[in-house]
Design a binder for this molecule. Structure first.
Ligand SMILES: Cc1cc2nc3c(=O)[nH]c(=O)nc-3n(C[C@H](O)[C@H](O)[C@H](O)COP(=O)(O)OP(=O)(O)OC[C@H]3O[C@@H](n4cnc5c(N)ncnc54)[C@H](O)[C@@H]3O)c2cc1C
Length: 382
C-alpha cells in the first residue's frame, strides 16, 4: 500500500510494477496523480541536476548521501530516456522537460495499471493491529496492508494537494518529527526595505549570504517583497535574523568602479531604475567616481553586503517545499524502512530532508523511492 500518488509514490509503484509486483494500491486525495510534478518548474519540471551533492540539502548528511549514492541523476535520466523522455539542461545544470511536465508523469505511470489507484480518497488515520497489519482509514473506506509506504509529501502548495498528514500518521505510529515550515519561498520585507516593492517585476543577478551558505541567482522584486531563484534557495537556510545581499556579485567594488570619470550609477551593471533605488537605499547621491569620499566608498560597500532581515515569507501557498519532517535517525537509509516498525517505509519530502531549488527535491523523492523499491521487491517477489 502506497500513501500518496506524487513523485516518490509513483516512482516506487513504477519500479515495483516493472518487476512484476501485482496487488498494489496507491491512495491519493487528488482526483489526478502527480499534481506537484504537473505544476513544477513552471510546467516543465526541473527533474534533476547535473551535480547533486549533500551540500545542496538540509538534512542529516550521511543519511542523504547513502540514499543519493544508491540512485544517481544519471540513473534517473537513464530511466526517463528509456521511456522516451530526454530532459535538457537549461542553466546551472538544471534538467527540464522539453515540452511539459506531463512527460515525466507519463513515464512514471507507464507500467502502473489503472486499477492500482484509489484516487479522491483522503487518508485520515493509520493503526497497527495485533497481527502486525496496518489499517488505513480514508474518508471513504478502510483497508489493511502488510506493507505500508508513506509518501504523502509536505504541506507546501496545498492548492494541489500538499498536506501535513504524513507527520500525524508517523506520530501515531511512534515516530518523531520536526514541524513543517515553508521554504523555497519568497520573503516579505521590513519597513526599511519597502523600496523593494516599488521595483516589482524587475529581476537582477545577486548572491545572498545566509548563515554559512552563499546562494547565487536572480532576485526578483515582487509586490509583496522579494522572490526569484536566489531568494528561494536562500529561504531554505533562513530561520530568522540578518541576510546579506550582494547586488554587484560579478566583480569587486574596485573593479566595478574603476573608471574614475564615469558616474557611479552607470557602472553598477544593473538596470537604471534599480541603480537609482539602490543608491537611495544607501543614502548616496549619484556622482562621478573620482568625487567619492572615503565615507561614500563605505556606503558603496554596502551594495556588496546589503543587510536585511526578512519580515517573514510568502507562506505555504507559494512555497515549493517545506523544511522539517520525519526524523531520519528512525529510518534505515539502505532500505527507507522504519527502524520502529518492520514493513513501514518513508519516502520523499515527508522525511526531514529538503533540497535547494534546482531539481534536488525530485532527485531526492526518486532516489528514496528506488532505494525502497529494491528492498520491497525482495520481500514481495520471494
Ligand atoms: C510549485 C512547485 C514547483 C516545484 N518545482 C520543482 C522542480 O522544478 N524541481 C524539483 O526538484 N522540485 C520541485 N518542487 C518540489 C517537488 O514537487 C516535491 O519536493 C516533490 O513532489 C516531493 O515528492 P513526494 O513524493 O515526497 O510528495 P508529493 O509529490 O507532494 O506527493 C505527495 C502526494 O500525497 C498526497 N496526499 C497528501 N495528503 C494526503 C491525504 N491526506 N490523503 C491522500 N493523499 C494525500 C498528495 O496529493 C500528493 O499527490 C516543486 C514544488 C512545488 C509546489
Amino acid at each position: 500500500m502506497i500513501l500518496g500518488a506524487g513523485a516518490s509514490g509513483l516512482m516506487l509503484a513504477s519500479h515495483l510494477c516493472e518487476k512484476g509486483v501485482r496487488d498494489l494500491c496507491i491512495i491519493d486525495h487528488n482526483p489526478r496523480i502527480g499534481m506537484k510534478i504537473k505544476v513544477s518548474g513552471g510546467g516543465k519540471c526541473n527533474v534533476t541536476n547535473e551535480k547533486v551533492d549533500t551540500d545542496n540539502y538540509l538534512g542529516e548528511e550521511n543519511f542523504v548521501k547513502a540514499v543519493l549514492d544508491r540512485y544517481s541523476p544519471s540513473e534517473l535520466l537513464k530511466f526517463l530516456n528509456e521511456r522516451g523522455v530526454v530532459p535538457k539542461i537549461r542553466s546551472l545544470g538544471q534538467y527540464f522537460c522539453k515540452k511539459s511536465a506531463d512527460e515525466v508523469i507519463n513515464a512514471l505511470e507507464k507500467d502502473i495499471p489503472s486499477e492500482a489507484y484509489k484516487l479522491s480518497h483522503k487518508i485520515e488515520e493509520i493503526k497497527k493491529d495485533e497481527d502486525g497489519l496496518f489499517l488505513i482509514k480514508t474518508d471513504k473506506t478502510e483497508i489493511s496492508a502488510k506493507y505500508l509506504v508513506l509518501a504523502t509529501g509536505s504541506p507546501a502548495y496545498p492548492q494541489v494537494g500538499g498536506s501535513d498528514i504524513g507527520l500525524k500518521l508517523a506520530k501515531d505510529l511512534g515516530h518523531s518529527s520536526s514541524v513543517f515550515t515553508p521554504v523555497l519561498v519568497g520573503w516579505t520585507v521590513q519597513k526599511d526595505q519597502f523600496w523593494m516593492k516599488e521595483l516589482s517585476g524587475i529581476s537582477t543577478y545577486v548572491s545572498i549570504d545566509v548563515g554559512h551558505k552563499k546562494l547565487y541567482g536572480d532576485l526578483l522584486f515582487a509586490h509583496k517583497g522579494i522572490s526569484g531563484p536566489a531568494v528561494l534557495s536562500a529561504s531554505l537556510y533562513w530561520k530568522k535574523g540578518l541576510v546579506k545581499i550582494d547586488f554587484l556579485p560579478k566583480q569587486s567594488l574596485k573593479e566595478t568602479f574603476k573608471q574614475k570619470k564615469k558616474q557611479v550609477s552607470t557602472q553598477m551593471q544593473v538596470s537604471k531604475r534599480l541603480s537609482k533605488f539602490l543608491l537611495e537605499s544607501i543614502k548616496l547621491k549619484d556622482k562621478s567616481i573620482q568625487d567619492l569620499s572615503s565615507e561614500d566608498w563605505d556606503k558603496l560597500a554596502l551594495l556588496k553586503a546589503y543587510p536585511m532581515s526578512p519580515a517573514g515569507n510568502f507562506g505555504l501557498k507559494k512555497a515549493e517545499a517545506c523544511r522539517g519532517g520525519i526524523n531520519t535517525d528512525e529510518v534505515d537509509a539502505k532500505t527507507m524502512q522504519s527502524k520502529l516498525h518492520e514493513n513501514l517505509y518513508f519516502l520523499g519530502e515527508v522525511l526531514d530532508v529538503t533540497g535547494e531549488l534546482g531539481g534536488y527535491n525530485f532527485q531526492w523523492a526518486f532516489s528514496s523511492a528506488v532505494v525502497c523499491a529494491k528492498d520491497l521487491e525482495t520481500k514481495l517477489l520471494k
